[in-house]
Design a protein around this ligand. Structure first.
Ligand code: CP
Length: 310
């Protein structure tokens, strides 16, 4: 079984994955693997193929696999035979022949996980395909919000409003978040500079509402997810960083004066402090950024088991 996108997952599958993931956190929300789970993937090998930079996703997949007893192998693109002209599919077929039981792939191109999955016999997990989807980030954000403001196993996120602030249109995190959060019942508002917002009803996006005023959106938020500006995906777009920082950065004054008391703040990382989010907000009492990271290991444990059928 593959996990390429959240778009096609039902609420039932999402809640099942989140319930499974919750077994890998202790009562205080710390990463924890029960003894009975530590050999669940004994003898299995998980290949980590990252063709774009990553800290959280790559390391947490590696930890998730190892916490369940699997071994991991990471392909270094620059020291592999891809550099000699071998295709990615041939590389993967060779790794399959060596006994890799699952592949975690991040690539800048949208079509890569779909093309690979058509030709592979082993499970493939999409760790981010350009501005397409980042399904395990969507799951970990849903898990974090469900624990903070939701009703796990019941109404989930029904009646909750989640605001996504920043560069939405280039964001695979935003796409997966919209699919996951709306499937669990939340209303999603997006806010940011108009050129960085998708149109409502645009193809490739789940249900969302555009709000052009940051303050209006934040005032109705039960939680806000702040996103990084993705300069690497902007190509010819003219973008003025100073204007963005002045108008759209989330600072402590805005949080205190506009947002509901206690409404939490999330960010998938990496945080560029002082650009989309001030350091004192990232480190402040409303921040769930480290909770997201903890949920990331738990979600990836559940996803590895789910895709490998174990
Ligand atoms: N959130 C996220 O995908 O972070 P990395 O790019 O560090 O994996």
């Amino acid at each position: 079984m593959n996990l390429i996108e959240l778009k096609s997952l039902t609420r039932g599958t999402l809640t099942h994955l989140l319930d499974e993931a919750s077994r890998y956190l202790d009562d205080d929300g710390r990463v924890h693997t029960p003894i009975s789970e530590r050999t669940r993937l004994d003898g299995k090998a998980v290949a980590l193929l990252f063709f774009e930079p990553s800290t959280r996703t790559r390391v947490s997949f590696e930890l998730a696999a190892k916490r369940l007893g699997a071994m991991t192998v990471a392909l270094d693109e620059h020291r592999s035979s891809l550099k000699k002209g071998e295709t990615m599919l041939d590389t993967i077929r060779n790794l399959e022949a060596m006994g890799c039981d699952a592949f975690v792939v991040r690539h800048a191109r949208l079509d890569v996980p779909y093309v690979l999955a058509e030709h592979m016999e082993t499970p493939l997990i999409n760790a981010g395909n350009g501005s397409g989807e980042h399904p395990t980030q969507g799951l970990l954000d849903a898990m974090t919000l469900r624990r903070a403001i939701g009703d796990p196993g019941g109404a989930e996120l029904e009646g909750k409003t989640v605001v996504i602030l920043g560069d939405i249109v280039h964001s695979r995190v935003a796409r997966s978040d919209v699919y996951a959060l709306t499937a669990l019942g939340a209303r999603v508002l997006v806010t940011g500079p108009p050129m960085l917002l998708p149109e409502e009803g645009a193809e490739g996006w789940g249900p969302l509402t555009r709000v052009e005023s940051k303050e209006e959106a934040l005032a109705s938020a039960d939680a806000v997810i702040v996103l990084r500006i993705q300069r690497e995906r902007m190509r010819d777009m003219v973008f003025h960083a100073d204007e963005y920082i002045d108008r759209w950065r989330l600072d402590s004054e805005t949080v205190a004066s506009v947002m509901k008391p206690g409404a939490p703040i999330l960010h998938p990382g990496p945080v560029i402090r002082g650009v989309e989010l001030d350091g004192d907000v990232a480190d402040g009492p409303r921040s769930l950024i480290m909770a997201q990271v903890r949920c990331g290991v738990a979600v990836r444990q559940a996803v590895l088991r789910h895709t490998m059928g174990l």
